[in-house]
Each structure stands twice: as structure tokens, then as C-alpha cells.
Design a protein around this ligand. Structure first.
Ligand SMILES: [Zn+2]
Length: 459
């Protein structure tokens, strides 16, 4: 780090920081123009499952909130208007099964090297909210929070692992002495804004203890339990009992199409009796396709039978980011290739997961809701989608994220549709661009010399 170029860059960065701060204070006194809306998305096809909207609508945003959704909102009412004709406008997507506790340096651990840095995997997929499914337990959640959650721009919610030390490998995850429902509930209640569930996963033994302790924690904290049912033990802990005796209505079974634990009826190839009866009593089913948790040999016949997921999630980690799962929109496109509609996959990435984690304020475009928005393109073409057995299904449509808005500001823009075109004069309001985009030409944080404040920090 002692080379001259580095020193020069540092000097320029410091100068710019001073200039930026000066510019920021000037702007603080400048009177912002008095528009009804900061940002207007015009002519997009809105799919908002919670509000039963599936038609071309304009969406207006003010002060970080959804201000109006209507067939026509005047351009003159908005500081900035973007024409999104031909694109789909949905609530910011919610992926309720990811692994993002990266950065500890621990090898072979989901509280370390197996996890991913959040912001590089979310906004480019229209995802504004994720739920980390059990990387941390009550003993290391606070480390996770200060290390990653508080510093990320993505909204990160968490399911605490019933194992106190979290998902750090078998040495920890098989230790039944570290499964304490009471201590887990206490931590969940201490961080109610962030902790939205309890996770049990990877357990290899024949005992019910992890599930039972998770339910104790979930009941005390009034949050759902998500189960990765670990090693199959059909005699001592059958799937039927998990879904029909042990779990509560509202609890979540993830990896629903893995075929690893008798999810499928061996004769009909449709859902097993455990699944059918479990769904009847209110168990929720999540995709969690991951590295080794999704097979077309289950998904195709089960979707044909109408047994579709309640929520679509990725189970993103180093083992799934480049294999069959890839990302949230690839999972959604894959499900469309085997029969789900666009409206179904959008619901399964917005209102449904919000409901599952009891955070109904997210995943919708209701007036007053936080303005998290995804603008998606449904691209026609020839595409291939794979599963854990490296089997391929071909499709003719693929969802691509064009624009992502979090808290009223653009955080991702694939093709620069919000940017001023080269050669065109700046708008007279350009100095107010930071009202609606994080890519404003002038701003106090543009050189990265100051940490960007994160919404998560207030929790
Ligand atoms: Zn997982």
C-alpha cells in the first residue's frame, strides 16, 4: 500500500471528501422544489398480489414511501419520472432463505466462508429484503449484526439457529447441549425488528430435540420455525410427524422439492401424505433450492398436481450461487418454465414471504409502505434451467431485473434508464437527484470516504 499511485489516490479522495462536504452543506440550505412526488414510474405493468393489482399503472414515491398507485399520474407532479413501459413493476422481492454471515474468516462454516456478502447478490435481482436462515444462533447473532447486518444496504432479517453457535459445522450443529429454546427466544425478543424466525437444520441424529427446542423458541418469541429436516430418519422422526404433530400452523418446511426426506409419494409422484395433510393444517412450504435441494423429478409432478411453493427462496451460499440455483430470478424463471405463472412467482417472492415472517409491511405497494420496488423485464428467448442432478428443463422466458428501488431511492439500474443520456443537458433539478437515486452526481458519500448509512443500523 506504499506505492505513489495509492498515496495520490488517497490525497485526491481526501480533497474530494472536503469538497463533497461543502457541497452537501450548500444543498442543505437550498430549497428543494415543491413536487408532490420525488419519483414516478410511469406505464409499467404493476403486479401487487397483496392489493390485487395486475395491470398497467403509475407508481409515485415520496419521502421513501409509496405515495400513489393509479392509472395515470401526471409527470408534472414528480421531480423525476421514468417511463417503464413494457416492464413489470413489483414490490421489492423478499428471499426468505439465504446465508450471508460472511467475513469472519472461518473455513467450512456458514458463519464464515460458506456465506456470501449480501449487496452483490440482492439488488441486481430485485431483492430488497432477505432472511438469513440460521447462520447465527443466540451466541453469535450480535457478532453477525455488527459485522454484516448493520453495514449492508440490503435489509437483512434473521432466523436464529436453534444451535447457540449457529451453522458452524457438525462439531457445533450436532451438539444437542447447545440447543436452548429459552436462550434463543430471549435473543429473538431482544432484537424483534431483525429476528423473524427460528431455524433448525442439518441435524443428523434420530432425536426430535432440535425441532422441539425450535418450537419452544418460536412459541415464546411468537415467530415461525423453518425446518431443514437434516438426515432422513423415517422410523424415529418421520416427515409425517414433523408436519402434522411437531410443527405449528405457520411454520415453514424448506427444501420442499429435494426428495431427500420422503416429500414425494412414491406411487403418484405427487406430494406425499405428509405434505398434503401438513398443508391442510397450515404448514407453509418454501423452495430453498440451494446447492442440493431441488429436483425436477419432484417439482414437475408436484407442480402439475397443484402443490406449488408458498414462497420461492434461493438458499444462496457459495455452493448454490454458481450452480443450478444461481439467484432469485433464476429460481423464479425456472418455476415458470415448469408451469407457474408470472403472477404466482411474484406473489411467492413478495406478499407470501412477508406474511410467512409476519412482516406484512413489506412485499406490497400499499400507499404508505416503504418504497421498495423491483422493475423487471420478462425476456423472451431460449433458456435452460438445471437442478441438483444436473438435469435441464428448457424455457422461453427469463426474468431480468432492470431497476431496484429501496426506501424510495434507486440502488440498481442495469441499463441506466434513470440516468441522463450522454450529450443531453442536465435538468435544472439535477442537484436534487439524491432525493430519488443513490447514483446522484454530487453527494457526500460518492467517493466512499464516508460509510454509507444503512437502514439496518436503527434496529
Ligand atoms: Zn440453507
Amino acid at each position: 500500500m506504499n506505492n505513489p499511485l495509492y498515496r495520490m489516490t488517497r490525497t485526491i479522495a481526501s480533497c474530494c471528501a472536503v469538497l463533497s462536504l461543502a457541497a452537501a452543506s450548500v444543498h442543505a440550505f437550498a430549497q428543494a422544489p415543491n413536487f408532490a412526488y420525488d419519483l414516478l414510474l410511469q406505464n409499467g405493468h404493476v403486479i401487487d398480489d397483496k392489493n390485487h393489482i395486475d395491470s398497467v399503472m403509475d407508481v409515485a414515491i415520496k419521502n421513501g414511501k409509496i405515495a400513489k398507485v393509479a392509472p395515470h399520474i401526471a409527470t408534472s407532479d414528480a421531480l423525476k419520472t421514468i417511463n417503464v413501459n413494457g416492464l413489470y413493476v413489483t414490490p421489492g422481492l423478499i428471499d426468505i432463505h439465504v446465508h450471508f454471515y460472511a467475513g469472519t474468516g472461518e473455513r467450512g462454516s456458514y458463519a464464515g466462508d460458506n456465506s456470501l456478502p449480501p449487496d452483490g447478490f440482492t439488488f441486481r435481482n430485485g431483492v430488497t429484503t432477505v432472511v438469513d436462515a440460521g447462520c447465527s444462533g443466540w451466541k453469535n447473532f450480535e457478532d453477525y449484526k455488527q459485522r454484516i447486518i448493520d453495514r449492508s444496504k440490503t435489509r437483512i432479517l434473521v432466523m436464529l439457529n436453534i444451535v447457540g453457535s449457529g451453522m458452524r459445522g457438525d462439531k457445533y450443529e450436532q451438539n444437542m447441549a447447545d440447543m436452548d429454546g429459552e436462550a434463543t427466544a430471549k435473543m429473538a425478543l431482544k432484537y424483534k425488528d431483525t429476528v423473524v424466525g427460528i431455524k433448525t437444520a442439518h441435524f443428523a441424529g434420530p432425536e426430535w430435540k432440535p425441532v422441539e427446542q425450535a418450537v419452544i423458541a418460536g412459541t415464546k418469541a411468537n415467530i415461525p420455525v423453518m425446518v431443514d429436516f437434516g438426515v432422513d430418519h423415517p422410523e424415529s422422526r418421520p416427515l409425517y410427524d414433523l408436519l402434522n404433530k411437531k410443527l405449528r400452523p405457520g411454520d415453514i418446511y424448506t427444501h420442499m422439492y429435494s426428495g431427500l426426506r420422503h416429500e414425494q409419494d412414491p406411487v403418484t409422484k405427487g406430494p406425499s401424505k405428509a405434505f398434503i395433510d401438513g398443508r391442510k393444517r397450515g404448514i407453509l412450504f418454501d423452495a430453498g433450492t440451494g446447492g442440493g435441494s431441488f429436483r425436477f423429478s419432484l417439482a414437475v409432478p408436484m407442480v402439475k398436481d397443484g402443490f406449488i411453493p408458498d414462497s420461492l427462496s434461493t438458499d444462496l451460499h457459495i455452493g448454490s450461487m454458481n450452480s443450478a440455483t444461481k439467484d432469485e430470478l433464476n429460481v423464479a424463471s425456472k418455476m415458470m418454465a415448469i408451469g407457474l405463472t408470472l403472477q404466482q412467482v411474484v406473489a411467492e417472492m413478495t406478499s407470501h414471504p412477508a406474511h410467512e415472517i409476519k412482516r406484512e409491511e413489506f412485499g406490497n405497494l400499499s400507499v404508505g409502505s416503504v418504497a421498495d420496488v423491483a422493475v423487471l423485464r420478462l425476456e423472451p428467448g431460449h433458456f435452460g434451467f438445471t437442478d441438483m442432478d444436473n438435469v435441464r428443463v428448457d424455457g422461453t422466458k427469463k426474468l431480468v431485473d432492470e431497476l431496484t428501488i429501496k426506501g424510495g431511492k434507486i440502488v440498481y439500474d442495469l441499463n441506466g434508464i434513470e440516468a441522463r443520456k450522454y450529450g443531453e443537458p442536465p435538468s435544472k433539478y439535477e442537484k436534487y437527484d439524491s432525493t430519488w437515486t443513490t447514483f446522484a452526481p454530487r453527494g457526500p458519500d460518492m467517493h466512499g470516504t464516508k460509510p454509507t448509512p444503512s437502514d439496518n443500523e436503527r434496529h
